[in-house]
Design a binder for this molecule. Structure first.
Ligand code: SAM
Length: 442
């Protein structure tokens, strides 16, 4: 070959949009395409972007294979670059065309590094030798870098995972997936959004339950809407005083996925005291009798898809009706920094329904949620106040139950709000100052 390398620029058309968004399938196919062509794979790095699209590269001893996909067009742009004669990149081309179910492809081969245009430099190879310590390379093993990325306009969180998709099913409501991440254990995502991970779920679940349970000492009936991972009812069922714990989750696949791959949160699903209903929480609350619950926790996902209706005034009015005179509503109320607009809107709605003095906001640090700062709302129908609680009982409970986040000091501290959050809580919808918002400025 009178050139150093062969570079094939490939366009694959009418591929399956599904496959074009499947980072695991794409990474496996690219590695296999290289190996089938006789290449020696060194490592692979792949990113799955949310809402969709995959980019990645497989480094081979003979150069690289790279890909960028546009699932929305059923299109993939692929680079096949090989050096030497031992590897035939066209073998990889045919392998990938099949793997991506492309109806057709176009390709242009160009020779890279035409030898007659190159002049060999005489230099002391020794001086170029990289003597830095290298991790011991295990023959036949390739280092795979496969990343899940939840991305918004201006913010993204990436978690490296094993590349083995533990769970992936589409329910009538959403795509339910479980990834095996290295830093945070198994990760549950719904429609590409992080819901919870094994390594930090306890923050969310302890704060959404123990703050209300200690400030409403005589709660007997609790309702959780959403919460299909099971973490919130796990925490509620620590309380022997609760005669009824009802969980209303719309999507049975979330429960199934968590039973299989998030056993720590799903442990409560086998508890005989749990009343588990798979139905729409909006319908359930509409049909629920007046003043039935002492505590209603809205453990919803973001205000999109099936969860959208859980962020409406109509829904919160129904919750208010179903609370006992001293009842408390707790909601996950998004990130004050990440989605300030939604944050201001929902607090404004809470205040109109429960009264300004009865609505409180508290914060917790959840590493895998956008910006890492998340909020919860505490709305009391009666006189319950979040900071009126038995401090000693909370301290003893935290130790006794081996809690990992919640304790009597965190309970108090969570309500100590930074000024920008206080400002947002006093802002009217549409008055959000971009100064504090991480949202894209208009
Ligand atoms: N901690 C997570 C967060 O803050 O994003 C939420 C966890 S939990 C998994 C959210 C659950 O709410 C999901 O399982 C989803 O299926 C459920 N859900 C969404 N809309 C619902 C509805 N209308 N009725 C009942 N459950 C709903």
């Amino acid at each position: 070959m009178n050139a150093l390398g062969r570079h094939i620029l490939v366009e694959f058309y009418n591929c399956s949009p599904e496959l074009m968004n499947d980072v695991v399938h794409i990474e496996n196919s690219m590695v296999a395409a290289a190996e089938t062509a006789g290449a020696t794979v060194i490592n692979s790095t792949f990113h799955h972007f949310s809402p969709y699209g995959v980019s990645g590269v497989v480094v081979i001893q003979e150069s690289h294979l790279a890909i960028h996909t546009w699932p929305e067009y059923g299109y993939a742009a692929v680079d096949l670059f090989t050096c030497g004669d031992s590897v035939d990149p066209w073998v990889s081309y045919n392998y990938l065309k099949d793997a991506f179910k492309a109806s057709h492809g176009s390709a242009m081969e160009c020779r890279r590094g035409q030898l007659d245009l190159l002049k060999r430099m005489d230099f002391n190879l020794e001086s170029l030798r990289d003597v830095s310590a290298k991790p011991e390379e295990k023959i036949g093993t390739i280092t795979r870098d496969v990343w899940f990325t939840e991305r918004d306009e201006n913010i993204a969180l990436s978690l490296k995972h094993s590349g083995n998709q533990l769970y992936k099913k589409d329910s009538p409501y959403q795509r339910v997936e479980i990834f095996e991440t290295f830093a945070y254990g198994n990760l549950l995502t719904l429609d590409g959004m992080v819901m919870c991970t094994q390594k930090d779920e306890y923050v969310y679940h302890e704060m959404i339950t123990h703050v209300p349970m200690f400030s409403h000492p005589k709660a007997k009936r609790a309702l959780v809407i959403g919460g299909g991972d099971g973490g919130t009812v796990r925490e509620l069922l620590r309380y022997g005083q609760l005669e009824e714990v009802t969980l209303v989750e719309i999507d049975e696949l979330v429960i199934e996925a968590c039973k299989l791959h998030l056993p720590e949160t799903a442990v409560a699903f086998d508890n005989p005291r749990l009343n588990l209903l798979v139905e729409d929480g909006i319908k359930y609350i509409k049909e629920c009798e007046n003043e039935r619950y002492d505590l209603i926790i809205v453990d919803s996902a973001d205000p999109v898809g099936p969860g959208e209706g859980l962020f409406t005034a109509e829904f919160y009015h129904e919750v208010y009706r179903c609370l006992t005179k001293d009842g408390i509503m707790i909601t996950q109320s998004e990130s004050p920094r990440f989605n300030s607009g939604v944050f201001v809107e929902i607090y404004d709605t809470y205040k109109q329904i429960f009264g300004k003095e009865k609505v409180h906001c508290y914060l917790a640090a959840i590493p895998t949620y956008p910006t890492g700062t998340w909020s919860f709302s505490y709305c009391s129908k009666g006189d319950a106040h979040p900071l009126q609680f038995d401090v000693n009982a909370a301290a003893a409970f935290s130790v006794e139950q081996g809690l990992k986040y919640y304790n009597e000091d965190i309970h108090k501290a969570a309500f100590a709000l930074p000024n920008f959050v206080k400002e947002l809580l006093n802002a009217k919808p549409g008055q959000v100052t971009n100064e504090y918002s991480a949202e894209p400025t208009a």
